[in-house]
Design a protein around this ligand. Sequence first.
Ligand SMILES: Nc1ncnc2c1ncn2[C@@H]1O[C@H](COP(=O)(O)OP(=O)(O)O)[C@@H](O)[C@H]1O
Ligand SMILES: [Mg+2]
Length: 387
Amino acid sequence: MERCPKRAGWRGEMQSISGRKREREAACQAAVKAKDFTAAAKAAADVADCAEILASRTTGVVAEAYAKEVESWRSFARKLEALKSGVAGHFAHNTPGGGLGTNRPTGDGDEWLVADKPDITFDDIAGMEEAKRIIDEMVLYPMKSPEKARALGLNPGGGVLLFGPPGTGKTMLGKAIADALDAPFYYASGADLRSKWYGESEQRLSRLMNAAKSQPVAVVFLDEVESLLPRRTEGSHAADNRVVTQFLSDIGGFKDSRNLLLVLGATNKPWDIDEAVFRTGRFDEKVYIAPPDFPARRKILELNLGNVSLEEDVDLDSLARNMEGASGSDVSAVVSAAKRSALARAIREDAVPVVTAEDFSEARRRIPLSITENILAPYMRFMEERF
Ligand SMILES: Nc1ncnc2c1ncn2[C@@H]1O[C@H](COP(=O)(O)OP(=O)(O)O)[C@@H](O)[C@H]1O
Ligand SMILES: [Mg+2]
C-alpha cells in the first residue's frame, strides 16, 4: 500500500463516498417511513449524486451498476417530488433496489406496486413485431399522450390479454411495458396470489384494483391470469367463483372513469379463463404471442451471448435455423448450457473461456424443444373460436 499512495487515496475516497451514500439511503428510507417526502426526495437525490461520483470513478460492470443506481434513485427522487406536490397521489413507499414483484408490502393493495421499474426494454425482446406494434398503438401512445388520444375520441387504457405458449416472452413484454411507461405499475401473478392468499385472494385482488383505480394513471399486469380468473363451473370452488365475480365488478366501469387504467393480462392457457371476462369486453384486445421465428431465434441467441467469446466454428445462423420448435426460453436455456460447458472446460484446462460449436451441440442434445404441434393446436383453436 505504501508504494501506491495514489491508489490508497483513491480507495479511501471511494469508501467515504460509499459511506455517505449508505447514510443517505438510510435517511431516505427513514423519511419515507415518516412520510416526510421533502426530506426523502432530497436524500434520494443525494444518493443519486453519490452513485454518480462512484460511477465516474469506476469502470466496467461496477460503473454500469452505479450508473443504473443513479437512474433509479433519480427516478425515485422525481416520484417523491411528485408526491410532495400531490401529483401522483400515494406512491410506493419503497426505496430503489427491489425488482418486479420483490417490493415490500405496504398495505392497501400497494403490496403489488412496483416502484422500481424492471430494467427490461423492448430492445431486449426479439421478434414479436406485430405484438410490439399493437402494444405501441393500443397502450403506449395513448398512455403517453392521453390528451391527444382523447382529442381523437380514443379512450386510453382498457384491457389487453397476451396469450401464447409458455416461454415466449409474455412476462418479459409486460416488464418492458412497465419500463416504457411513466406510470405506477402493479404486478400480481395469479399463481402467487392464489398460493399465498388462498381464500383471501378476492379481497387481495379487489384491494389491488382499487389501489390502482385511486391513481390518476396506472397499469395493472396480471400474470398467469388463468389461475386468477378460472372458468366458473358447478364443480369449481366457491372461492374461485367469488374471485371472478369480484374482479368483474371491480373492473367494470373502469373505462368510463376519469382515471386511466390499463389492465394487461398474460396467460399460457387462455381457454381456462372464465368466459365472462371475455364476453364483457374486459380484455378488448387479445394478442397472440407466437414462438420465435428464425430471425427472432437468431436475435435471442445474440442477446443471450452478449460479448461472450465464440470459437470460429460456431455458426449462429444454422444454429437458429435448426431450432424450429424452440420457445424463447428454450433458446436462452441452450445458450446457458453451452456457456456452462465452456466454463467447465476453461477451468479444467486453465484457459480463457470460449464457447465452441461442440458446446452448442451438447446443449442441444440435452435440452428438448418445447413447442410441438400438440402444444400449438389449442391456441389455433382458441383463436378460431374466439376471434
Ligand atoms: N422474444 C424473446 N426475446 C428474448 N428473450 C426471450 C423471448 N422470449 C422468451 N425469452 C427468454 O425466455 C425467458 C422466459 O420468458 P417469459 O417472458 O417468462 O415467457 P412467458 O411469460 O411467455 O412464459 C425470458 O426471460 C427470456 O430469457
Ligand atoms: Mg410468464
